[in-house]
Design a binder for this molecule. Structure first.
Ligand code: ADP
Ligand code: ASP
Ligand code: MG
Length: 410
């Protein structure tokens, strides 16, 4: 069972979580519970590291001490939930990432889990003790704390389920995965089931209900995942939530299953690049070396002979650093100008049905055109189409697309 920030936002909610955990154990299950920090806590911690840390000098903040600070929120909630369970007369103890251990690599701030030896945790659970695990954190091979990227408690939970051989229920502040973010489209519908692949795209394209890496892990290890609301009392019908499963298990197939958006991108434009082999390799090589993730990329001929223009997107947090890196290569690469626009959003439609149906892109462009939304960059894969637009039109675009594919009438 995993509970996110809003589900453990105060002591009253932690008591409700404890009741749900107790009911699960009473139903005969061995239970491990992964908790996030209280709502808003991680943001506060991140802001402190911004103030104190290297970011104050314009350097990347994601280092080992950043992780020491931001991992602390989960320690608090794990301790509080274990205490609450004990108050209810149930055997429980908290586990930090390093105590299990959840072994992670040393990419601080966005570490990946390498290994979870199941022995210690398994033995505790076999003894009937409820394991309350601090999400979001692991320990590197040389003993430092590492965090798994924002939203990483989902990944902790799926990884623990894979390690001890269980199913994973993600309890959150919505009662399942919807056709789009119910916060911006009230007509969004809950999906009874969604395939791992679609969920993976939805997550990586911005639907933060599950962290992308958690879906990858669930898919790789075949962990059954459900998304459920934590805002119910035990015994109250919690509903079925959404089951994330193999595509074959879904009978009713749709062409488009969902619309996702992300305001987390920034666009970098390069003008007047020399049009010869090796230019992209130099630029993106330098960005990769600096650990900057690049997402959409388009290149086109410029009007001046033998020159090209290029646009690409990076995460907002990395944007200024990426521009500085590119700028520092101006002499070597020989472009004319670089510009940053972080007032953009990426809106995407996702569906496995795209593999076999035509006209999905056409419907998307028509719906956006009808609302006067200009498209800056387009990218596609087998089961999704993404467009980059002016951030001011995000909601409008999401709603228009949601309607265009009939998702409000499921
Ligand atoms: P938690 O703190 O429990 O991890 P998150 O805030 O990370 O919760 O994720 C839940 C939120 O994800 C919801 O409140 C909702 O606004 C948002 N969300 C975005 N897209 C979707 C979607 N397609 N279905 C459900 N929720 C979504
Ligand atoms: N508390 C962490 C975050 O806010 C991890 C999580 O909630 O999953 O990103
Ligand atoms: Mg989350």
């Amino acid at each position: 069972m995993k509970f996110g920030g809003t589900s453990v936002a105060d002591l009253e909610r932690i008591r409700r979580v404890a009741r749900l955990v107790a009911a699960e154990q009473a139903a005969g299950h061995k239970v491990a519970v992964v908790v996030s920090a209280m709502a808003g806590k991680t943001n506060e911690l991140v802001a402190w590291t911004d103030g104190a840390g290297p970011a104050a000098q314009g350097l990347p903040a994601s280092d080992d001490e950043y992780d020491v600070v931001v991992a602390s929120g989960e320690q608090v909630t794990a301790g509080l939930l274990a205490m609450t369970l004990r108050n209810m007369g149930l055997p429980a103890r908290s586990w930090m990432g390093w105590q299990i251990p959840i072994v992670a690599d040393d990419a601080h701030g966005k570490a990946r889990i390498d290994d979870i030896p199941p022995e210690k945790l398994g033995a505790a659970m076999d003894s009937g003790e409820i394991a309350v695990i601090a999400g979001f954190q692991g320990v590197t091979r040389d003993g430092r704390i590492a965090t798994l990227g924002r939203g990483g408690s989902d990944t902790s939970a799926v990884a623990i389920a894979a390690a001890v051989g269980g199913a994973c229920d993600i309890y959150t502040d919505v009662d399942g995965v919807y056709t789009t973010d119910p916060r911006i489209e009230s007509r969004a519908r809950k999906l009874p089931k969604i395939s791992y692949e679609e969920m993976l795209e939805m997550a990586s394209l911005g639907a933060k209900v599950l962290q992308t890496r958690s879906v990858e892990l669930a898919m790789a290890y075949g962990v059954p995942v459900r998304v459920l609301s934590s805002f119910v009392e035990p015994g109250e019908a919690p509903g079925q939530g959404t089951i994330v499963c193999d595509e074959e298990e879904i009978v009713e197939k749709r062409i488009v299953s969902g619309v996702a958006y992300s305001r987390d991108e920034a666009k970098i434009s390069l003008f007047g690049l020399p049009d010869h082999p090796g230019v992209s390799s130099t630029i993106f090589g330098a960005l990769a070396d600096a650990n900057v993730n690049v997402d959409m990329i388009v290149q086109s001929h410029a009007r001046v002979a033998d020159t090209a223009n290029m646009e690409f997107t990076v995460g907002k947090r990395d944007a200024q650093r990426a521009v500085d890196i590119v700028q520092s290569m101006k002499g070597e690469v020989g472009f004319e100008d670089v510009r940053l626009n972080d007032d953009v959003a990426k809106v995407s439609v996702i569906g496995v049905g795209m593999r076999s149906h035509t006209g999905v892109a056409k419907a998307m462009f028509e719906a956006l055109a009808a609302k006067g939304v200009n498209i800056q960059v387009i990218s596609t894969s087998e089961i999704k189409i993404s467009v980059l637009i002016d951030a001011a039109y995000t909601e409008l675009a999401v709603r228009a697309l949601h309607a265009a594919y009939g998702l409000d009438q499921l």
